[in-house]
Write a protein that binds this ligand. Sequence first.
Ligand SMILES: [Zn+2]
Length: 469
Amino acid sequence: MTTLIKNGTVVTAADMARADVLIDGERIQAIGTGLAETGTAAAADTVIDAAGRYVMPGGIDVHTHMELPFGGTFASDDFATGTAAAAWGGTTTIVDFAVQSYGETLAQGLDRWLEKADPKSHIDYGLHLIVREISDGILREMDRMIDRGVPSFKLFMAYPGVFMLDDASIFRAMSRTADNGGLIMLHAENGGAIDVLVQRYLAEGKTAPVNHGLTRPSSMEGEATHRAIALAELAGVPVYIVHLSSREALSAVREGRSRGVPAYAETCPQYLYLSLDDLARPGFEGAKFVCSPPLRPADHQADLWRGLVTDDLQVVSTDHCPFDYKDQKILGKDDFSAIPNGLPGVEDRYTLLWDGGVAAGHISPTRFVELIATAPARMFGLYPRKGTLAPGADADVVVFNPDAERTLSATTHHMRVDYSCYEGRKVRGQPEVVMQRGNVLVRDGKFLGQPGAGRFLQRSRFSPAPAPA
Ligand SMILES: [Zn+2]
């Protein structure tokens, strides 16, 4: 089975040129000009005309939470609905977070997630592990997880009593990765101080959603980010800050990098496009925008865009963790701290970053591909099989129409959640054809994927993305 994508503009993190792409089976066989007239390509089983379109790698979203248990409920997308929505939006690989429950081994957490994901996922997926307890046994088990293709571990400096680890535990885990080559990812917020503020606000009767933002000040994200990087420096290991949201945290990353620490960070579309004003919407509507770290005052956004340009931020992921407004977010009607934390986003990332990044003139198409696919693939052990278009790579391909205009809305999105954070927002750009390993998942507005067709990706150890040329 061969497919020829002809007449498009092929974009990778390195360059951009008019070229044809020939796919044979699950992999890309050739990229070049004039393939359409020659040999195998001339007799391709399927031909896709990509004139006027960009041909780009499928997106890689390294931060999703399908079916995550949180605050007495579960994220509303499972691996079937969430990965279908991802594919609709141009994302062909996710890396989700398996969770170690208290008293459980890492292997038990991993196996539970594989059981959930494997029969359902429409797209290829990897897993990180959320580690909630550190002991000698768990440290040894990290080595075995790396052998099973799970080389990245997320630790929390927030949510005391739920996820938070103390500095000693974080430092011990980091020290282990100095030997085993794993990567520690940190949710960097000062959970202790935040908890005190939350209790104080609630005692004062401040219960509305906006208080979620006011009790998690950006200074406490900056503090924790600085501490995380200092601990990694002491352990002599790289570190990756998840969902960075503020200029204080970005400064900590930039300072670390400027003194040579291999510190890396991702941000998410919600921090680039939404703000504290959304959390402060009237009534209970702000609950739709409750995530942690919280949305920041709008003037942080320009700093984050600059970070994406200067490569102090290397990745854009979503932290996709949807909860229905009507029957899940409502759990916090009288107490902002009981609102399930998380936003839907896995479907919108590709187009939002194109629209607000490339179409708006902040970043080039090549930098877009680097942020959306190539850097995540490199950092999380999927490159060069994923994250680029090259002979031998998996044929995970998006044919993208940059001129299509549409309006984001819960009435048209495919995520299983009853609202959109971007309701009514007009965007330029539409993934028209989405392929994984040569199979068409989306074409002509139709979904052709199969639950369970996605494969678990055993990832290799961390390797950093090079700085842009
Ligand atoms: Zn998360």
